[in-house]
Structures are given as structure tokens and as C-alpha cells.
Design a protein. Structure first.
Lengths: 178, 169
């Protein structure tokens, strides 16, 4: 049997040059039972539509699906008690985020704005007792006077102690001599 | 992982924030006796110290400007009878407990008064000076807290010059 016409059609089919009539000729050819061996690999390509059309649901399909649905256990919805803490959790999370942002913001602001003095102290909490520099000066003078007196007393105490310590061995020596 | 990261961020920022706020002794003392009305505080801030030095009427030769120029801030805390003695002892103990921060410099004890000096150094510079004074006659306890860039020379000049300057004035 000469299959040249079919082979030509196939070649044109691969090049997408076949018309719908020619494609239907190809489909009806491959639907035959006897097909030469060298054309057999292409059979499935042309008969899949017809085969797919033949696939149908069985008559008892609906009944079987319904039986399956009936067999499944009913879904038991369990009631879960939600505590106040659980309920407020999103609020806590939001509060934590706000606190973090504020802390970071505060830290950033302090690092940018605060002039840290050379000696390492931060005087932002200092509120002057006096607004008049003259009154403030008097207080500073009084305080320095107090410090001065304290230093002088401390020095006197040290001097007295050293004199006493020097005099102690002398007394002991004199006792021994006696 | 998220929690650990958040915790680290919070810890870091908290440390950073607190690190910025190094407080002097009087501030710490005041935070301990916040609600006690018997404690009185006089504060002279660095800004006021600058204003004092910038006064037009100040005689630069006779006044204590050299000493003041080395002081950044001053706080004088006073506690009257009956709490004075107990506060004096408490403060002494507090300073002794903070021996890593403050070193005892001088002490005195006379029939009139009792007290001592504690200093905080940064190298050779005295950045903080705390004086405790308990007056036995008036039962008045005072803390004088100075911060600034002081040195031993400053203390020496205070002990020598204050009396003469006060007399000149």
C-alpha cells in the first residue's frame, strides 16, 4: 500500500501548512486498526481527541461519591476557651513595638542632641536654684569656704596625729630607761 | 530568632540610653531620699557657673574666679535635725560602698564638726568632689558636691586662698 500521500500530509502538518480537512483525513487514517510500523508512533497524537471523548463517568459514579461523603466522620468543632491574655496579645505586641520605637527614638535623640560634657556628666536634670548670678555666686563662695575650712581641719588633724605618733615612742623609751 | 533580636535591640538601646546619663553623687543621693522633705538642695548648673564668671561686677583679682573656672556644677544638700546624724552615717556608708568610684581623700573630726572628702578621678583630673560635713553644734548635715576639671592644686589653693580672699572682700 502506498502511504506517500499520508506522509506528505504529515510533513505539511509538522510545518503547520495543513488545512482542517487535511487534518481530519489524517485523524481518520490513524483511527484505522492497520497502520504501517513507521507511522505507528504518530497514531496516539491523532486519535487522543476521539479517545478522550469516549471516556465517560460510570453510571454509579454519583452514588459512589455520595456514599464516600456519607462515610466521612462529621467534623467535630471543639470550643476553645480564650483567656484575656490571649485576647489582648495583639495589643501587647503593638505596645511592645511602640515601646521599642520610643526607646530607640529616645536613645537616638539623646545621642544627637545632648552635649555630653568633657567630664562625662549629664546636667540635663539640673535646675538652678537661683536665677540671679550674684546670689548664686554667694552660695558658691559659702560652699568653697566650707570646703576650705574642712580641708584645713583635716590637715590640722593629720598634723596632730603625726605629732602624737612621734611623741609615743619617746614616752615608751623614757619608761624603759627608768 | 525574632524574639532574641528584639531583646538584643531593647537591651542595647536601654544600655545606650542609661550610658548617656551619668549622674553625680548628689543626684544619686537625691533619688534615694526623693520623698524626704527634710533634705534641701541648692543647685548651681554649668550654665549658671558660666554666668557667674561672666558677671561684669566681678573683681577678677580678688574674687574666687580661678577656683570657680575649674568647677562645672555645684550642689549643696543639707539635712537638719533630727535626721541629720542618720543621713551622715548613711552617706558615709554609701560612699564607702562605692569605693571603686570614689576615693577617700581627707577626713576630720573636731569638737565642732566631723566630715571628710571623697574624690573621683579621671586620670590626674578630679572630676567630682564630695564633701560631707556634720556640724555637731547645730546638728546640720551638709553635702557639697562639685563636678568639673579640678586637681590637687585646686584643693591646695582652696585651703590657702579662701580665707585671705574672704578677708579682702
Amino acid at each position: 500500500m502506498d502511504y506517500k500521500y499520508i506522509e506528505q500530509l504529515l510533513e505539511r502538518y509538522w510545518k503547520c501548512e495543513t488545512s482542517t480537512e487535511e487534518e481530519s483525513i489524517l485523524r481518520s487514517f490513524f483511527y484505522q486498526e492497520e497502520i504501517p510500523a513507521h507511522l505507528l508512533p504518530y497514531k496516539d497524537l491523532f486519535i487522543y481527541e476521539q479517545r478522550a471523548g469516549e471516556v465517560k463517568l460510570s453510571d454509579d459514579f454519583d452514588a459512589r461519591i455520595l456514599d464516600k461523603i456519607d462515610e466521612e466522620e462529621p467534623i467535630i468543632v471543639k470550643a476553645r476557651r480564650i483567656t484575656m491574655t490571649h485576647r489582648m496579645m495583639p495589643l501587647f505586641k503593638a505596645a511592645a513595638v511602640v515601646a521599642m520605637v520610643l526607646t530607640l527614638g529616645n536613645a537616638a535623640q539623646k545621642s544627637l542632641n545632648t552635649e555630653k560634657p568633657a567630664n562625662g556628666y549629664n546636667y540635663t536634670g539640673y535646675k538652678d536654684t537661683y536665677s540671679d548670678p550674684t546670689a548664686a555666686y554667694d552660695k558658691v563662695e559659702d560652699a568653697l569656704q566650707l570646703i576650705s575650712e574642712g580641708i584645713q581641719q583635716a590637715d590640722e588633724n593629720v598634723a596632730k596625729d603625726s605629732i602624737q605618733q612621734q611623741s609615743l615612742p619617746t614616752t615608751k623609751d623614757s619608761c624603759i630607761n627608768e | 530568632m525574632k524574639r532574641v533580636l528584639c531583646l538584643l535591640i531593647v537591651m542595647f538601646s536601654a544600655c545606650y540610653t542609661f550610658g548617656q546619663n551619668e549622674r553625680d553623687f548628689s543626684s544619686r543621693f537625691l533619688s534615694l531620699c526623693k520623698n524626704d522633705t527634710s533634705v534641701h538642695c541648692i543647685t548651681i548648673s554649668p550654665k549658671m557657673m558660666d554666668e557667674i564668671l561672666g558677671q561684669n561686677g566681678l573683681n577678677k583679682e580678688t574674687e574666687i574666679t580661678t577656683e570657680i573656672s575649674k568647677i562645672k556644677s555645684m550642689r549643696v544638700l543639707s539635712v537638719a535635725y533630727p535626721n541629720s546624724k542618720s543621713y551622715f552615717k548613711k552617706t558615709e556608708a554609701l560612699l564607702a560602698n562605692n569605693s571603686e568610684r570614689f576615693t577617700k581623700n581627707k577626713a576630720y573630726n573636731s569638737p565642732k564638726s566631723e566630715g571628710g572628702f571623697w574624690i573621683r578621678n579621671d586620670g590626674n583630673v578630679i572630676i567630682e568632689l564630695v564633701m560631707l560635713d556634720f556640724n555637731k553644734h547645730s546638728n546640720l548635715f551638709r553635702i557639697v558636691n562639685l563636678t568639673g576639671n579640678m586637681d590637687e592644686k585646686f584643693i591646695l589653693s582652696l585651703s590657702k586662698n579662701m580665707k585671705s580672699k574672704k578677708t579682702i572682700k
